[in-house]
Design a protein. Structure first.
Length: 153
């Protein structure tokens, strides 16, 4: 489903953090919060290990009109807005850094866009760095980055 994240191959430590954030209320989503609250610590570690071991079926970039803008922002940022290059933290293929930065390459475009918009609006507040960055981006820039990242391998 487009609005649902692809968890396959996501770093175990990142999944553990996100599930604990849902459980504690640091990250809010009615469905995930309810599910996470019922999980024991070992359940969270087991789920994280399981999804990490799954093979990711990447999405692809869809909008040829914005892919170049997304590529530019991902690789170089937006200097005049103090938006850093996405690849500085998420790597050139969007593989991320375990426990710190999510694997985003190949993720659903709609999910990525929704998360960036959530950071920008303050409705997703469990990562102050991303919240700051997203507030500096226009909806078109967010959409372009999300589309480009969906096609990363």
């Amino acid at each position: 489903m487009a609005g649902t994240p692809k968890l396959a191959s996501q770093h175990s430590a990142y999944i553990v953090k996100q599930l604990n954030d849902f459980k504690s209320g640091a990250r809010v989503n009615p469905t995930m919060t309810a599910m996470a609250k019922s999980l024991a610590d070992q359940d969270i570690r087991d789920i994280a290990a399981y999804v990490n071991a799954q093979q990711l079926k990447p999405s692809s970039a869809k909008n040829k009109d914005t892919v170049e803008l997304g590529k530019k922002i991902f690789r170089a940022g937006i200097k005049e807005k103090n938006v850093p290059a996405c690849n500085g933290c998420h790597g050139p293929t969007g593989a991320g850094i375990p426990a710190q930065f999510a694997r985003i390459g190949g993720q659903n475009e709609d999910y990525l866009e929704a998360q960036l918009n959530g950071f920008a609006a303050g409705t997703r507040a469990n990562n102050p760095i991303m919240a700051t960055i997203a507030t500096r981006m226009t909806p078109n820039e967010i959409k372009a980055v999300a589309d480009y990242v969906a096609g990363l391998r």
